[in-house]
Design a protein around this ligand. Sequence first.
Ligand code: GLC
Length: 742
Amino acid sequence: MITYRQLFIFLLFFKGLFAGEVSAQIYRPSAAIEERVLSLLDDMTLEEKIGQLTLYTTDWGATGPTIREGYKNDIRSGACGNLFNSHTVGFVRELQRIAVEETRLKIPLLFGFDVIHGYKTIFPIPLGEAASWDLAAIEKSARVGATEASAAGLNWTFAPMVDISRDPRWGRVMEGAGEDTYLGCRIAEARVRGIQGPKIGNTDAMLACVKHYAAYGAPLAGRDYNTVDMSERFFREYYLPPYEAAVRAGAATVMTSFNDYDGVPATGNKYLMTDILRKEWGFRGFVVTDYTSINEMVNHGVIANEKEAGELALNAGVDMDMQGAVYQRFLAQSVREGKVSEILVDEAVRRVLRLKFELGLFENPYKFCDETREKTELLSAPHRTAAREVSRKSIVLLKNEKNVLPLKKTAKIALVGPLADNKTELIGNWNGAGNSNDCISVLEGLRAQTKAEVLFESGCEFFVAKNGGLEAARALAQQADVVVAVVGEQAMMSGEAAARADISLPAVQEDMVLELIKTGKPVIVILMNGRPLALPKIAENAAAILETWWLGTEAGNAIADVVYGDYNPSGKLPMTFPRSVGQVPVFYNERNTGRPYDPNSKWTSRYIDSPNSPQWPFGFGLSYTTFGYTEPKPDKAVFKKGETLQIAVTVSNTGSVDGEEVVQLYVRDLVGSVTRPVKELKGFQKVLLRAGESKKLTFKLNEHDLSFFRRDMTFGVEPGEYEIMVGGNSGDLKRVKVRMTE
Ligand code: GLC
């Protein structure tokens, strides 16, 4: 008995025989997506299937070592079904037209791009946004990025990057959410929500791509692309959770990382790509490699040649080959040789087609090519306003001696430093289609908000002295009430392939600041950097320090808002700032060791030439006001395993100006079947408190919050004593003990 489906496919095939082609709109638009995917899959040749598993960059941007010529012909022949680094409505429309008019099956293309912290309106780098601890603000930033990028033809972004990292030598810390797993999970979820919006298929929604799976942020020596070597316990406890959080938040795609895990490169690691991602987490989207990471498995030394690398990747569960042309060149042969089952190829193709159907590309391949949206959305006033908001929230006040900040708008400022009037660096690395000319510099931002004089002299270059610069800066300082020095890295000193063995401020800049401090004028240092820096002398001698990361298009306005107190800084460090690179890795949730630091004993875990403590700890950030905390009050001193524990704390604004405080909750499991961190972040609430106002906050800790990978690697709790800690940073906490019973 012939089924409807078989009949339909026969008719389809029959029609195709004559027409020699099928239109993109067929495949039963009213049917369920799965049926439509199957109908299309049945039409496809093996080569056309492999084309859907192939992703090439156009010549519009190099985000890796190779660029292929002839990608338009690859589209025409069906050898390439997906592109990245091509955007604007005009260019996307041109390329999509080739796919849906000049190919046999007319399957629309995906268009991917690295929209990491904004498309045209550039927001703070992700590490900076993480410092806001404001999940709504972070989601908003991702939402604006997706709104603008989708207005420029794009439907897929290679974000969020959720790699946990405790090593500021690694340049890509700028792209992530810092060192903490809990904060990293919450931010990963917020970014996925922002990117994908309420529904995939909306014209302002993009496919998210959680990366770089997995543990890319833990390269030995902080050197990009280097080996990652850690126990499974460590991996599952600290590095894996944010990928899971993003997947469970609905991330449509996942990107493999360049590194190996447990000796097998992620791009060929079946344990990661199938056992954990699909079997444990139920992920149904597709996995794309990082840039030529299949090919690079030959360098890793786990496979003899690229053809076998392709077989290893596909069999591990990797669906799409970014830029490697390995699937295109070898996969058909591998299938014919039986090295790869066509069933696996079909599964991979189904995952890709499913998302193309979900996006609505078959009904309208040009749905993201709306010139009107492109004209109205990009750099719109609301988007610039949002960027200024998020930027202000991302600024961290690290020091403020004698409350030198905020400045009065009558203060005469000597503004110095190579970044003081700079625009080109403000959009940071991975800056999408941002144009630094759209940025507001610090000089512009300050001058826009005051009638007092803002005198400017760069004083030095980034890495070398400027002829007469220091003298000119000194002279300016003498004429002013206060010196504001804007110093830091260049944007490309962080990001991919930008590891630093020395994480100090460029010497010429530090020397200039220290020279200006000798004038006796208060010196306010504004830092711009993509990673924690080691700057002990600045920390000791500057009157005030603002950490501003790379704030993007509205940088100058946001910084001026904080300098003049129109916004009271509320940021908290998402990553520890070491005193020196010699302390790295230094992070807050360390374990106690058998010889915990004792200042009075040589024979403890310590240095002979440095304190153990960092310059500024995780979660640290000052305000123009002060906050007071009561002791944390648990709703029960003894609670049963499985019960939820509630902790109340009252926070007061004990100063004279309104301010926001990030109230942080930490937990310590005092005795475990394995060594446990001395504290772990398990909750936070960012609250606005008017001057003199107090608020009672409640936190809840459930069984999952207190669970960990026990001695036998099962995930769960262990009854016993816990310390509950609350405060405004990980180094200054009030504590209470509670006991969990069976
Ligand atoms: C790069 C990066 C990755 C990026 C991709 C495409 O090598 O590792 O984060 O999304 O290539 O640009």
